[in-house]
Design a protein around this ligand. Structure first.
Ligand code: DCP
Ligand code: CA
Ligand code: CA
Length: 379
């Protein structure tokens, strides 16, 4: 029995010459994501310090900064910081905005479908991050760097957004490569550069080392990845347990076999800009009908069904408002959810004044349709 089959073999892509293709992973992380989304819909913000905040609502300033653009970071305004504290560092032209998570989510969905065009295996890692498996797609690191440049250029052209890209022999190195050159960076680390790349880094920067492990490593006198590498596998296993010990041992050498895994989707949606700002129910219903047909088509293609239907309106002041309803049972039927959508639009218009600039539909709460035949039913 070959105990290292499993994950490892997935990456041995054979080329026509029957040579095993070297593994190449690309990591993308959007720059100052929430704040960049805000600049996108309000270009006047460009050049000014911007802090996007989650307000808890207790007092006017209670809550925390979720992110800030680079001008605000220069003032020392950073994510996680209490808003009141950030305001003490702010200049007169600093803008504090309320986070609009639905809007960032819709931008994120567009970016993710753009990124999917670069690889058949993509793992969305967070709202603004993804890993792309380039093994067998790019023949080497030079070609992968070209993919990275093309991806960055296309993202600016299509969405007017910048990102930082890291390319490496695995997920760990690609993620860390993307982080060292921000914003708008592109960093390529080849397998033979991996150890040197990691050596001077504080152990806390090794992706996957949390605060607790970092503290324990420091207590052992281990400050840098290079120092971590001086420990034997046995020593690390003894100090940190078998799993963590082996992980630290491998990571400090830039070794990581984790697969890029396509995660299951949680929702399907589409948003469009209306020809003119409007609140005409006929236009909204017709547009919603067309979008739903499209979205439900995608759901069916993937063999899924859904229970929740959402109408999304982006108003002429760019505020995003939503209205949703959950059905009794899972469905993949366009007609029944078009009727629900018409009700949602009617209620939406009753609740919100003003015209809509953009509108969208979303279906979520995915699952299986009741009575859907399982493969096992035929056996
Ligand atoms: N975020 C948050 N609270 C945090 C950290 C992040 O709400 N403590 C949100 C806001 C960010 C988004 O997640 O825009 C992505 O997080 P990142 O860590 O990637 O940070 P940014 O994209 O904002 O900045 P960077 O340019 O450093 O990637
Ligand atoms: Ca980011
Ligand atoms: Ca991120």
């Amino acid at each position: 029995m070959n105990f290292c089959s499993g994950v490892w073999n997935q990456f041995k892509f054979k080329t026509s010459l029957n040579v095993v293709a070297e593994r190449i992973v690309l990591h993308v992380d959007l720059d100052y994501f929430y704040a960049q989304c805000e600049e996108l819909r309000n270009p006047q913000l460009k050049g000014r310090p911007v802090a996007v905040c989650i307000y808890s609502g207790r007092t006017e300033d209670s809550g925390a900064v979720s992110t800030s653009n680079y001008a605000a970071r220069k003032l020392g305004i950073r994510s996680g910081m209490p808003i009141a504290f950030a305001k003490r560092n702010a200049t007169a032209d600093t803008v504090f905005l309320r986070a609009d998570l639905d809007y960032y989510e819709t931008v994120s969905e567009r970016i993710m479908s753009y990124l999917r065009t670069f690889s058949h295996v993509m793992e969305q890692a967070s709202v603004d991050e993804a890993y792309l498996e380039l093994t067998g797609i790019s023949s080497g690191f030079d070609q992968a760097a070209d993919v990275g440049m093309k991806l960055k250029k296309g993202l600016v052209e299509a969405e007017n957004l910048t990102c930082s890209v890291g390319i490496g022999p695995n997920k760990l190195i690609s993620k860390m490569a993307a982080a060292v050159n921000k914003p708008d960076g592109l960093t390529v680390i080849t397998p033979d550069q991996s150890e040197t790349f990691l050596s001077p880094m504080p152990v806390g920067k090794l992706f996957g080392v949390g605060k607790v492990t970092e503290k324990r490593l420091n207590e052992e006198g281990i400050e840098t990845v290079e120092q971590l590498r001086e420990n034997t596998l046995q020593e690390l296993k003894k100090k940190f347990g078998a799993g963590m010990g082996a992980w630290l041992y491998n990571s400090s050498r830039g070794i990581d076999d984790e697969a890029v895994v396509e995660r299951k989707r949680e929702q399907y949606g589409r948003i469009v800009t209306l020809k003119a700002d409007t609140r005409d129910p006929k236009i909204l219903n017709d547009t919603a009908g067309a979008l739903l047909a499209d979205v439900v088509g995608m759901v069916r293609k993937d063999g899924q069904a859904f229970r929740t239907v959402t109408f999304i309106g982006i108003m002429d002041d760019l505020a995003t408002r939503t209205k949703n309803r959950s059905l009794q049972e899972y469905t993949d039927d366009v007609e029944s959810c078009t009727m629900v959508m018409q009700q949602l639009i009617e209620e939406f218009l009753a609740e919100h004044g003003g015209n809509l600039r953009r509108m969208g539909v979303k279906v979520s709460n995915l699952g299986e349709k009741k009575g859907q035949k399982m493969l096992s039913d035929f056996m």
